[in-house]
Design a protein around this ligand. Structure first.
Ligand code: ADP
Ligand code: ZN
Length: 428
């Protein structure tokens, strides 16, 4: 059941004590960097966890401004790895690791995978990107530490993916949710019965926002269990928070990070249960500790005890990033609200995009979505009816009337990495 039983089952009091001690260690280490030397000038420690509220925040902008080495908190001789965020939003930022950081990260990833049921008898196929992006290499090290036979295929080349799955009886895969749906299409085209001909049992899905409906779709199509995996390069990469078999929230590994939720506008700390921006303080990072790093990801902390026995608090599924919120005629909308509604209808296919444009000085939202030919065999009139039905359902969910356009399966653009869903065509 547990990869590191003492840590995973640590009781709350012990965890809080550990956290206070390690926040103070992180402050000390962080001050070896140019950035924190200034930022934490005059601050050496906090006396209790409440005291964290008095520490300044660190933002993505700070990381960018301190490019290239401003956050390095150790001698270059101790730094062994550089990663960079994928730059979904703006310029990339760089992150450093010591050998100890890499080893701790591998342990965290192994802990996540073990929690989901992966064992050393499994064959693990890693379809995440390798390289500067942390998705692939992060879980790669963890999978090897766990002892799985690890196949570092990387993304794309779907036929080759399926070939490996078939021949080596892959039982565990690590995959972007958007790619899981596309890969399924290839499996169908190859006339392979995913449930009978393949040996898949578990998928780790993450690195991009996705809805519960999307997870269900993946689980049903493949006949597997799919676990939500959350991470970000700045903290290490995948391994920061992960779902346990209860599948209702992701345990944040609180021996590794101290989580807070703040109001993104006022920066006031919110009590557990309230939704806001997730903020992390690292507890064990050596090369690049981060103090109160604002992730821009929106979620809430679930502090109720989990029936798996772990006391590490959970976060709810990420509902969006503060920077991917769309403002349509003054109404705030997150792409995930749209996905939730369309993924719940059987006629919806496996890909969609959202376009925003201007018409008569008003914002217009258009959702193009692929049709699922298996579940839709109707006439043009039926299609129009379906479009209207979906327009109404979406209006209720998001408060704005969208335009729905069904398009042929496979006709929308796809990315090799994280899916790009929103195209804002308004004049800036
Ligand atoms: P970038 O910010 O350039 O995308 P990263 O590759 O570090 O760089 O991606 C981290 C971000 O990916 C997170 O901050 C979050 O927005 C998103 N993300 C990662 N895992 C998940 C997940 N399971 N659910 C939703 N979003 C996720
Ligand atoms: Zn649990």
């Amino acid at each position: 059941m547990f990869w590191q039983k003492e840590i995973e089952l640590m009781d709350t009091d012990a965890l809080r004590k550990f956290q206070l001690e390690h926040i103070n260690k992180s402050i000390k280490t962080a001050k070896n960097s140019q950035f924190y030397k200034k930022q934490l000038d005059g601050i050496d420690k906090i006396d209790n966890l409440e005291g964290i509220k008095n520490l300044p925040f660190t933002t993505k902008e700070d990381l960018r401004n301190a490019f290239p080495y401003g956050f390095l908190a150790t001698d270059l001789k101790n730094a062994v790895r550089l990663h960079s965020s994928s730059g979904t939003t703006g310029n990339p930022t760089v992150v450093f690791h010591t050998a100890e950081d890499i080893s701790n990260w591998a342990n965290l990833s192994a802990r996540c995978m073990y929690t989901a049921g992966a064992r050393n008898t499994d064959v693990f196929q890693n379809t995440m990107g390798y390289g500067l992006f942390t998705g692939g290499i992060g879980f790669h090290y963890g999978a090897e530490k766990l002892g799985m036979l690890t196949i570092p295929v990387g993304p794309g080349n779907s036929k080759r993916q399926v070939w490996f799955m078939q021949n080596f009886r892959t039982s565990v895969m690590h995959i972007l949710p958007s790619y899981a749906l596309r890969l399924y299409r290839t499996i169908e085209e190859m006339n392979i019965n995913v449930k009978k001909d393949l040996n898949l049992k578990i998928a780790f899905i993450g690195a991009e926002p996705h809805s519960e409906e999307m997870r269900k779709k993946i689980e049903e199509l493949y006949g597997i269990k799919a676990f939500n995996s959350y991470g970000l390069s700045e903290i290490c990469g995948p391994g920061v928070a992960f779902e346990c078999p209860c599948q209702n929230g992701l345990h944040v590994w609180e021996d590794f990070v101290y989580p807070e939720i703040v109001d993104p506008k006022t920066l006031e700390v919110l009590p557990d249960g309230r939704e806001g921006e997730l903020v992390f303080t690292t507890l064990q990072r050596q090369a690049m500790p981060l103090i109160r790093y604002r992730t821009r990801d929106l979620t809430r902390i679930i502090s109720e005890k989990c029936s798996c026995g772990r006391n590490h608090r959970k976060i709810a599924r990420i509902t969006g990033r503060t920077d991917d919120m769309m403002i349509i005629n003054g109404v705030n909308i997150f792409p995930i609200q749209i996905e939730k509604t369309i993924m719940a209808i059987p006629e919806a296919g496996k890909n969609y995009i959202i376009e925003i444009f201007e018409q008569n000085y008003m914002d217009k939202l258009c959702i193009k979505l692929e049709i699922n030919n298996e579940n839709f065999g109707g006439t043009l009139q039926d299609l129009e009816k379906l479009q209207h039905k979906l327009e109404n359902e979406l209006k209720q969910e998001i408060g704005v009337s969208p335009l729905i356009k069904f398009v042929d399966a496979g006709s929308l653009p796809v990315e090799e990495g994280k899916a790009k869903r929103v195209f804002d065509l308004r004049k800036k």
